[in-house]
Design a protein around this ligand. Structure first.
Ligand SMILES: Cc1ncc(COP(=O)(O)O)c(C=O)c1O
Length: 393
């Protein structure tokens, strides 16, 4: 048998901390490694496989599109991107969309759009306020936007134009706003930061403050969007409508795609001011269209609400049994379990050995983000494994 992991050591830049299994197959909530061992996948490609692995609707859309038309460029109209655009706009508070290929690229585009707005309407204001502990992607600008020192330090000096302030603190945000600020960009719940949920009033206060100042509110819903929190978009749960939203991850059901959407007022690009070779690619858009249509037609968000509440309740039961669990956080099918010490590697590894994949989001916290289609009995199976693992810590 080929030693794939040795090849990785030899050929890859060593940026990823991988777990020592090579996955070769997936179906629904389950994946299999090269030795045939089965796992419950509560990482879902980092909140990507919204309908589980290899969902038949997504697979058949991809297969059909692969036989028909793979790539044309945006010099021409193609049908899947227009169908997807219509579905996104008609089911959201936005008027226009731009397609790209990843979350970082969606955020880059959103920030460019906000800067363009600043040039046209705010006397050239160009700065964007973001939150400490946020994560917006790995490009240079998004590294500056992501308020985490460990990501920023190796690449300093970083591009100008981002101010990182404390999350969930309206006073800090108000203090940071100057005439040079054109937008605020926030995650409705911080995913990579450890599943941090703000107070109920926070986003409403930020929205009101942005309105008062005439600046834009961008929500990065790369992780929280497309049903993950139990509504199609996370903003629906916070009683606000942003000016711009960014999406990626779950939108493509496993195929790389990103998007940002804006209201008519914020949609200020004109011809030639932004672009992408692969953005809106027919294969990616047909996968995303099949995924999104399935999610909407089958009201997957309300199932996420129900099963997400069940997941959090079960995790809280574990908390009452294992006193080194200090907190359970989350909403919908995005959850984190916090420990009182750096147990994550040990917990994640033991879970893996027993057939459950979890995400080591922080040295002292694991994150769970299973497919949106995960059933109660699969949550029970995962909780059974986690309970056994925790009992041994
Ligand atoms: C909220 C958020 N924004 C942006 C990104 C970056 O997305 P990508 O890795 O597709 O560039 C992520 C990735 O985890 C994310 O969670």
């Amino acid at each position: 048998m080929t030693d794939w992991q040795r090849l990785e050591k030899k050929y890859f830049m060593p940026t990823f901390k991988r777990m020592p299994i090579t996955l070769v197959k997936g179906k629904g909530v389950r994946v299999w490694d090269e030795n045939g061992k089965e796992y419950l996948d509560f990482t879902a490609g980092w909140a990507v496989n919204s309908l589980g692995h290899c969902h038949p609707e997504v697979v058949s859309a991809i297969a059909e599109q692969a036989k028909t038309l793979l790539q044309t460029s945006n010099q021409f109209y193609t049908v899947p991107q227009l169908q997807l655009a219509e579905l996104l706009v008609e089911n959201s508070c936005f008027d226009r969309v731009f397609f790209c290929n990843s979350g970082a690229e969606a955020n880059e585009g959103a920030v460019k759009l906000a800067r363009r707005y600043g040039k046209l309407h705010l006397d050239g204001a160009y700065k964007v306020i973001t939150a400490l502990n946020s994560f917006h992607g790995r490009t240079l600008a998004m590294t500056a936007a992501s308020g985490q020192r460990k990501f920023q330090e190796p690449y300093m000096p970083l591009p100008d134009g981002f101010i990182n302030v404390e999350y969930n603190n309206v006073v800090a945000l108000k203090k940071a706003i100057t005439a040079q600020v054109c937008a605020v960009m926030l995650e409705p719940i911080q995913g990579e930061g450890g599943v941090n949920t703000p107070d109920d009033k926070y986003l409403r206060a930020v929205r009101a403050w942005c309105d008062e100042k005439g600046i834009l509110l961008i929500l990065d819903e790369v992780q929280t969007g497309i049903g993950r929190l139990g509504t199609l978009f996370g903003y629906e749960q916070f009683g606000i409508e942003p000016d711009i939203i960014t999406l990626a991850k779950g939108l493509g059901g496993g195929i790389p795609i990103g998007a940002f959407l804006a209201t008519e007022n914020a949609s200020v690009f004109s011809q030639g001011e932004h672009g992408s070779t692969f953005g809106g690619n027919p294969l990616a858009c047909s996968a995303a269209y099949a995924t999104l249509k399935f999610i909407i037609e089958n009201d997957i968000p309300s199932k996420v609400q129900k099963n997400g509440a069940y997941l959090i309740a079960q995790l809280n039961k574990l908390k009452s049994r294992h006193d080194f669990i200090t907190e359970v956080r989350g909403r919908g099918l995005l959850a984190a379990v916090q420990f009182d010490s750096d147990l994550t590697d040990k917990v994640a590894r033991s879970c893996m050995e027993r057939g459950l994949l979890v995400n080591p989001v922080k040295p002292n916290a694991i994150r769970l983000m299973p497919p949106l289609t995960t059933a109660k009995k699969e949550i029970d199976a995962a909780m059974g494994i986690l309970d056994k693992v925790l009992a041994k810590m």
